[in-house]
Design a protein around this ligand. Structure first.
Ligand SMILES: Nc1ncnc2c1ncn2[C@@H]1O[C@H](COP(=O)(O)OP(=O)(O)OP(=O)(O)O)[C@@H](O)[C@H]1O
Ligand SMILES: [Mg+2]
Length: 255
Protein backbone atom coordinates (compact mmCIF):
# COMPACT_ATOMS: atom_id res chain seq x y z
CA UNK A 1 0.00 0.00 0.00
CA UNK A 2 1.48 3.34 -1.03
CA UNK A 3 -0.74 5.68 0.98
CA UNK A 4 -2.16 9.10 0.15
CA UNK A 5 -0.26 12.22 1.13
CA UNK A 6 -1.16 15.89 1.47
CA UNK A 7 0.99 18.45 -0.36
CA UNK A 8 0.36 22.14 0.17
CA UNK A 9 2.52 24.64 -1.68
CA UNK A 10 2.58 28.45 -1.76
CA UNK A 11 -1.02 28.68 -0.63
CA UNK A 12 -2.42 32.19 -0.19
CA UNK A 13 -5.81 33.72 0.57
CA UNK A 14 -6.83 37.32 1.18
CA UNK A 15 -10.30 38.27 2.44
CA UNK A 16 -11.43 41.90 2.09
CA UNK A 17 -8.34 43.59 3.50
CA UNK A 18 -7.21 40.61 5.60
CA UNK A 19 -4.28 38.41 4.61
CA UNK A 20 -5.57 35.19 6.14
CA UNK A 21 -2.92 32.95 4.51
CA UNK A 22 0.13 34.46 2.84
CA UNK A 23 2.46 31.55 2.03
CA UNK A 24 1.72 28.11 3.36
CA UNK A 25 3.84 25.15 2.26
CA UNK A 26 3.94 21.80 4.03
CA UNK A 27 3.25 18.13 3.58
CA UNK A 28 1.55 15.44 5.65
CA UNK A 29 2.67 11.88 5.06
CA UNK A 30 0.95 8.49 5.26
CA UNK A 31 1.61 6.55 8.43
CA UNK A 32 2.08 9.78 10.40
CA UNK A 33 -0.10 12.06 12.50
CA UNK A 34 0.69 15.65 11.55
CA UNK A 35 -0.26 18.48 13.90
CA UNK A 36 -1.10 21.85 12.34
CA UNK A 37 -0.40 24.20 15.21
CA UNK A 38 -0.79 27.95 15.48
CA UNK A 39 -2.31 30.74 17.53
CA UNK A 40 -5.87 31.99 17.02
CA UNK A 41 -6.24 33.69 13.66
CA UNK A 42 -3.02 32.19 12.26
CA UNK A 43 -4.80 30.81 9.18
CA UNK A 44 -5.32 27.15 10.12
CA UNK A 45 -9.02 26.87 9.25
CA UNK A 46 -8.59 28.89 6.05
CA UNK A 47 -5.78 26.55 4.94
CA UNK A 48 -7.83 23.43 5.71
CA UNK A 49 -10.85 24.88 3.90
CA UNK A 50 -8.73 25.49 0.80
CA UNK A 51 -7.39 21.91 1.03
CA UNK A 52 -10.97 20.62 1.09
CA UNK A 53 -12.23 22.76 -1.77
CA UNK A 54 -14.43 24.97 0.41
CA UNK A 55 -12.47 28.18 -0.10
CA UNK A 56 -10.81 29.12 -3.37
CA UNK A 57 -7.10 29.95 -2.99
CA UNK A 58 -5.69 33.15 -4.53
CA UNK A 59 -2.42 31.34 -5.20
CA UNK A 60 -0.72 28.00 -4.64
CA UNK A 61 -1.76 24.39 -4.66
CA UNK A 62 -3.33 22.05 -2.11
CA UNK A 63 -3.27 18.43 -3.24
CA UNK A 64 -4.49 15.16 -1.74
CA UNK A 65 -2.74 12.18 -3.31
CA UNK A 66 -1.57 14.52 -6.06
CA UNK A 67 -5.04 15.86 -6.94
CA UNK A 68 -7.14 18.87 -6.04
CA UNK A 69 -10.07 17.90 -3.83
CA UNK A 70 -12.52 18.84 -6.61
CA UNK A 71 -10.82 16.36 -8.96
CA UNK A 72 -10.97 13.36 -6.61
CA UNK A 73 -12.96 10.53 -8.14
CA UNK A 74 -14.32 9.30 -4.82
CA UNK A 75 -13.91 12.22 -2.40
CA UNK A 76 -15.51 10.66 0.69
CA UNK A 77 -13.51 7.44 0.25
CA UNK A 78 -10.29 9.41 -0.11
CA UNK A 79 -10.56 12.06 2.59
CA UNK A 80 -12.76 12.40 5.65
CA UNK A 81 -12.98 15.84 7.22
CA UNK A 82 -14.37 17.43 10.34
CA UNK A 83 -14.32 21.19 10.11
CA UNK A 84 -17.54 22.22 11.76
CA UNK A 85 -19.37 20.12 14.30
CA UNK A 86 -22.61 22.11 13.97
CA UNK A 87 -23.43 20.42 10.66
CA UNK A 88 -25.83 17.73 11.96
CA UNK A 89 -29.57 18.52 12.06
CA UNK A 90 -30.75 18.56 15.70
CA UNK A 91 -34.06 16.78 14.99
CA UNK A 92 -32.38 13.80 13.35
CA UNK A 93 -31.23 10.73 15.21
CA UNK A 94 -27.54 9.90 14.94
CA UNK A 95 -28.50 6.83 12.89
CA UNK A 96 -30.61 8.97 10.53
CA UNK A 97 -27.76 11.45 10.18
CA UNK A 98 -25.21 8.74 9.37
CA UNK A 99 -27.57 6.96 6.94
CA UNK A 100 -28.18 10.24 5.11
CA UNK A 101 -24.44 10.73 4.67
CA UNK A 102 -24.08 7.07 3.60
CA UNK A 103 -26.58 7.73 0.84
CA UNK A 104 -24.86 10.99 -0.17
CA UNK A 105 -21.47 9.31 -0.38
CA UNK A 106 -22.78 6.15 -2.07
CA UNK A 107 -21.75 3.93 0.86
CA UNK A 108 -23.48 0.83 2.26
CA UNK A 109 -26.01 1.69 5.03
CA UNK A 110 -24.23 -0.90 7.23
CA UNK A 111 -21.32 1.56 7.41
CA UNK A 112 -23.38 3.65 9.85
CA UNK A 113 -23.17 0.96 12.53
CA UNK A 114 -19.50 0.33 11.76
CA UNK A 115 -18.40 3.95 12.27
CA UNK A 116 -20.63 4.30 15.35
CA UNK A 117 -18.77 1.35 16.85
CA UNK A 118 -15.40 2.86 15.93
CA UNK A 119 -16.22 6.17 17.58
CA UNK A 120 -18.01 4.79 20.64
CA UNK A 121 -21.49 6.12 19.91
CA UNK A 122 -23.33 2.84 19.21
CA UNK A 123 -25.48 3.25 22.32
CA UNK A 124 -26.59 6.71 21.17
CA UNK A 125 -27.62 5.90 17.59
CA UNK A 126 -31.34 6.36 18.23
CA UNK A 127 -31.03 9.60 20.15
CA UNK A 128 -31.68 12.93 18.51
CA UNK A 129 -28.55 14.86 17.66
CA UNK A 130 -30.06 17.94 19.37
CA UNK A 131 -29.69 16.18 22.72
CA UNK A 132 -25.99 15.39 22.20
CA UNK A 133 -23.26 16.98 24.29
CA UNK A 134 -20.45 18.78 22.44
CA UNK A 135 -18.17 15.78 22.91
CA UNK A 136 -20.81 13.42 21.50
CA UNK A 137 -21.21 15.74 18.51
CA UNK A 138 -17.46 15.62 17.93
CA UNK A 139 -17.63 11.83 17.89
CA UNK A 140 -20.60 11.89 15.52
CA UNK A 141 -18.74 14.27 13.20
CA UNK A 142 -15.74 11.95 13.22
CA UNK A 143 -18.03 8.98 12.57
CA UNK A 144 -19.49 10.84 9.57
CA UNK A 145 -15.99 11.53 8.24
CA UNK A 146 -15.16 7.80 8.48
CA UNK A 147 -18.19 6.54 6.52
CA UNK A 148 -16.25 6.15 3.27
CA UNK A 149 -13.30 4.42 5.01
CA UNK A 150 -10.97 7.20 3.80
CA UNK A 151 -7.16 7.13 3.49
CA UNK A 152 -6.84 10.66 4.85
CA UNK A 153 -8.41 12.43 7.84
CA UNK A 154 -8.44 16.22 8.14
CA UNK A 155 -9.68 17.54 11.47
CA UNK A 156 -9.97 21.20 12.51
CA UNK A 157 -9.62 21.52 16.31
CA UNK A 158 -11.11 18.07 16.99
CA UNK A 159 -10.42 18.23 20.73
CA UNK A 160 -12.77 21.16 21.29
CA UNK A 161 -15.47 20.03 23.71
CA UNK A 162 -13.85 16.70 24.52
CA UNK A 163 -13.20 15.81 28.15
CA UNK A 164 -9.74 14.46 29.14
CA UNK A 165 -10.83 10.84 28.58
CA UNK A 166 -12.21 11.84 25.17
CA UNK A 167 -8.93 13.53 24.24
CA UNK A 168 -6.95 10.43 25.14
CA UNK A 169 -9.42 8.28 23.24
CA UNK A 170 -9.11 10.51 20.12
CA UNK A 171 -5.32 10.47 20.30
CA UNK A 172 -5.28 6.67 20.43
CA UNK A 173 -7.83 6.43 17.63
CA UNK A 174 -5.83 8.73 15.33
CA UNK A 175 -2.59 6.91 16.08
CA UNK A 176 -4.19 3.56 15.11
CA UNK A 177 -5.75 5.11 12.01
CA UNK A 178 -2.38 6.44 10.84
CA UNK A 179 -0.67 3.12 11.60
CA UNK A 180 -2.59 1.61 8.68
CA UNK A 181 -0.47 3.74 6.29
CA UNK A 182 -3.07 6.47 6.43
CA UNK A 183 -2.62 10.21 6.79
CA UNK A 184 -3.91 12.38 9.62
CA UNK A 185 -3.77 16.18 9.64
CA UNK A 186 -5.25 17.86 12.69
CA UNK A 187 -5.17 21.48 13.73
CA UNK A 188 -5.01 22.96 17.19
CA UNK A 189 -4.15 26.23 18.87
CA UNK A 190 -3.29 24.34 22.06
CA UNK A 191 0.26 23.07 22.16
CA UNK A 192 -0.32 20.60 24.98
CA UNK A 193 -3.03 18.87 22.95
CA UNK A 194 -0.55 17.93 20.26
CA UNK A 195 2.58 17.19 22.24
CA UNK A 196 1.64 13.58 22.94
CA UNK A 197 -0.35 12.66 19.87
CA UNK A 198 1.59 13.75 16.79
CA UNK A 199 4.64 12.57 14.84
CA UNK A 200 5.17 15.75 12.83
CA UNK A 201 4.45 19.41 13.49
CA UNK A 202 3.64 22.23 11.10
CA UNK A 203 3.72 25.57 12.89
CA UNK A 204 1.68 28.33 11.29
CA UNK A 205 1.87 31.94 12.40
CA UNK A 206 0.26 35.00 10.81
CA UNK A 207 -0.47 33.22 7.56
CA UNK A 208 2.82 31.47 6.92
CA UNK A 209 4.60 28.32 8.03
CA UNK A 210 7.14 29.23 10.71
CA UNK A 211 8.48 25.72 11.19
CA UNK A 212 7.96 22.19 9.91
CA UNK A 213 9.50 18.93 11.05
CA UNK A 214 9.16 15.99 13.38
CA UNK A 215 8.08 16.46 16.98
CA UNK A 216 11.38 14.87 18.00
CA UNK A 217 13.30 17.51 16.00
CA UNK A 218 11.24 20.26 17.59
CA UNK A 219 12.53 19.42 21.03
CA UNK A 220 15.88 17.92 20.02
CA UNK A 221 17.88 20.92 21.22
CA UNK A 222 16.73 20.85 24.80
CA UNK A 223 14.12 23.54 24.25
CA UNK A 224 10.76 22.89 25.86
CA UNK A 225 7.83 22.63 23.48
CA UNK A 226 6.21 25.65 25.02
CA UNK A 227 9.36 27.74 24.77
CA UNK A 228 9.87 26.81 21.12
CA UNK A 229 6.23 27.47 20.30
CA UNK A 230 6.22 30.89 21.95
CA UNK A 231 9.50 31.83 20.35
CA UNK A 232 8.31 30.89 16.90
CA UNK A 233 4.91 32.52 17.16
CA UNK A 234 5.50 35.66 19.24
CA UNK A 235 5.34 39.13 17.69
CA UNK A 236 9.08 39.55 18.13
CA UNK A 237 9.97 36.07 16.89
CA UNK A 238 12.94 35.89 14.59
CA UNK A 239 11.43 32.73 13.08
CA UNK A 240 14.38 30.53 13.73
CA UNK A 241 14.04 26.83 14.26
CA UNK A 242 14.66 25.67 17.81
CA UNK A 243 18.39 25.35 18.32
CA UNK A 244 19.14 26.06 14.68
CA UNK A 245 19.62 29.80 14.30
CA UNK A 246 19.54 31.42 10.90
CA UNK A 247 16.88 29.76 8.85
CA UNK A 248 13.65 27.95 9.55
CA UNK A 249 13.15 24.36 8.54
CA UNK A 250 10.63 25.51 5.93
CA UNK A 251 13.12 28.02 4.51
CA UNK A 252 15.84 25.36 4.39
CA UNK A 253 13.46 23.08 2.52
CA UNK A 254 12.97 25.81 -0.10
CA UNK A 255 16.58 26.84 -0.38
N1 LIG B 1 -14.53 34.56 5.58
C1 LIG B 1 -13.65 35.42 6.10
N2 LIG B 1 -13.76 36.75 5.85
C2 LIG B 1 -12.86 37.63 6.35
N3 LIG B 1 -11.80 37.28 7.11
C3 LIG B 1 -11.64 35.99 7.40
C4 LIG B 1 -12.55 34.98 6.90
N4 LIG B 1 -12.13 33.78 7.36
C5 LIG B 1 -11.02 34.01 8.09
N5 LIG B 1 -10.74 35.33 8.12
C6 LIG B 1 -9.58 35.97 8.80
O1 LIG B 1 -8.41 35.28 8.40
C7 LIG B 1 -7.52 35.11 9.49
C8 LIG B 1 -7.24 33.63 9.68
O2 LIG B 1 -8.43 32.99 10.14
P1 LIG B 1 -8.54 31.44 10.39
O3 LIG B 1 -9.93 31.16 10.80
O4 LIG B 1 -7.99 30.71 9.22
O5 LIG B 1 -7.54 31.24 11.63
P2 LIG B 1 -7.35 30.00 12.61
O6 LIG B 1 -5.88 29.75 12.67
O7 LIG B 1 -8.22 28.89 12.21
O8 LIG B 1 -7.79 30.60 14.03
P3 LIG B 1 -8.53 29.89 15.28
O9 LIG B 1 -7.46 29.24 16.10
O10 LIG B 1 -9.12 31.04 16.01
O11 LIG B 1 -9.55 28.93 14.76
C9 LIG B 1 -8.18 35.78 10.68
O12 LIG B 1 -7.68 37.09 10.77
C10 LIG B 1 -9.64 35.79 10.31
O13 LIG B 1 -10.30 36.85 10.93
MG1 LIG C 1 -9.77 27.88 13.13
Amino acid sequence: MSGTDIQVSGLAKRFAGVDAVTDVTFSARPGRVTGFLGPNGAGKSTTLRMLLGLTRPDAGTALIGGAWYRDLEEPSSTVGAVLDIAAAHPAMTARGHLRTYCALGGHEPANAARVAELTGISAYLDRRVGSFSTGMRQRLSLATALLGDPDVLVLDEPSNGLDPAGIVWLRTFLREFAAGDRTVLLSSHVLTELQHGVDDLVLIDRGHVAWEGSLAEFTAHGTSLEEAFLRLTSETASHTAPGAPGTTHAERAHA
